[in-house]
Design a protein around this ligand. Structure first.
Ligand code: HEC
Ligand code: HEC
Length: 302
């Protein structure tokens, strides 16, 4: 359904490839370069809501809604985002920033085997997973669980698919899977020091994220809660220490990304993931086909 709808939209109006950000910084291919700082914090190279042609068809308007869902999740999809996490809090610049879990041209890699679930995943399956875990949409409070056919999931899939229109890449885009700590720099989880991580947090992170981790307003922007009831749950990718370290290493601190050492990124991730967060109720269904990874600390703590 989605791919047909998007094909119709693309025929009418492919997004125009930009070469610089609105602030004049040269793009890295279709993406905001990883090394830029606050100058590009609000930039979106491809924004469907400013593409007048899209507003003319239901399919195009669905792409636009997908963008709004992605950048303002708790207000646009209340029942699937009971906390305060927005997709773009982790997938920066609406999924269009290098080394910040970019989603440009990622639609075409699905279906793909998912290790945690031990089965083949479509793009919609993957989006549902980020809702269930990163957005903590576990159906509490009488809410429904997100499904691959939920209209919110379809709209976001339409946006993510649209993002790849006209972008020439290998089947697996080279900017995918770059939010990692190199194997040679990985510190065993038990040797990481959350107290060191707390000291780094106090020095480098607290001004924007707050002592309580809940985020401080910066103009009209605010980071999502790093822990607590409104944050991602303990079944999320970001609840894994190395996954979170790989996000932090390349995106934070916002004004100086890449300035933490690999070890500092891991210590601060160990600190953040030593904190309480909502419980994902279906953890026992994960990793059925293999061993629980060492950095899946909330699974090991049970
Ligand atoms: C707390 C951080 C966080 C939030 C919030 C979040 N995600 Fe993710 N997302 C991740 C991580 C971590 C991955 C795994 C990246 C990897 O495997 O390299 C991921 C992966 C994905 C992927 C697959 C990307 C790929 O290359 O395979 C998609 C699609 C996605 N997220 C969509 C969403 C959507 C849609 C939302 C909002 C409903 C969202 N995410 C919210 C952290 C987050
Ligand atoms: C100058 C302000 C600033 C500093 C300093 C900063 N951050 Fe952030 N951080 C942000 C903003 C703003 C976002 C949300 C980005 C967005 O929505 O585009 C964010 C997002 C994040 C996220 C994604 C998940 C979420 O809950 O939003 C993580 C994880 C994170 N920061 C960790 C850190 C860590 C660890 C440090 C210190 C090493 C740090 N940040 C320092 C401003 C900052």
């Amino acid at each position: 359904m989605v791919s047909l709808a998007v094909a119709a939209v693309a025929g009418a109006c492919s997004p125009r490839p930009a070469t610089t950000t609105s602030s004049g910084v040269p793009l890295a291919g279709p993406l905001i370069p990883a090394a830029t700082t606050i100058v590009t914090a609000w930039d979106v190279p491809r924004n469907p809501t400013t593409d007048a042609a899209l507003a003319k068809s239901p399919e195009g308007r669905n792409v636009q809604w997908g963008f709004r869902l992605f950048t303002n999740t708790p207000s646009e999809a209340k029942q699937f985002a009971p906390g305060r996490m927005t997709c773009a809090h982790c997938h920066l610049n609406a999924g269009q920033r290098e080394r910040a879990l970019p989603l440009v041209a990622v639609a075409s890699v699905f279906p793909e085997q998912n290790v945690r679930a031990g089965r083949l995943y479509t793009l919609n399956d993957r989006i549902v997973d980020c809702f269930l875990r990163s957005e903590n949409a576990t159906g509490a409070g009488g809410n429904h669980l997100p499904q691959t056919t939920s209209k919110e999931v379809e709209a976001i899939a339409a946006y993510v698919t649209w993002l790849g229109r006209g972008v020439k890449t290998e089947n697996n885009p080279p900017w995918r899977g770059q939010n990692t700590i190199p194997a040679s720099a990985v510190v065993p989880v038990d040797a990481l020091d959350p107290r060191k991580g707390e000291a780094i947090y106090t020095e480098r992170c607290v001004s924007c994220h707050g002592a309580d981790g809940q985020g401080v307003a910066l103009g009209n922007k605010k980071a999502g809660p790093l822990w607590g009831a409104d944050s991602w749950n303990d079944g999320a990718g970001a609840a894994r220490v190395y996954t979170l370290a790989g996000i932090i290493k390349h995106t934070m601190p916002f004004l100086d990304p890449g300035s933490l050492t690999d070890e500092e990124a891991q210590d601060v991730a160990a600190f953040i993931n030593s904190k309480p967060r909502p419980s994902y109720p279906l953890k026992d269904r994960d990793y059925r086909n293999g061993r629980i990874p060492a950095d899946a600390v909330y699974y090991r703590r049970r």
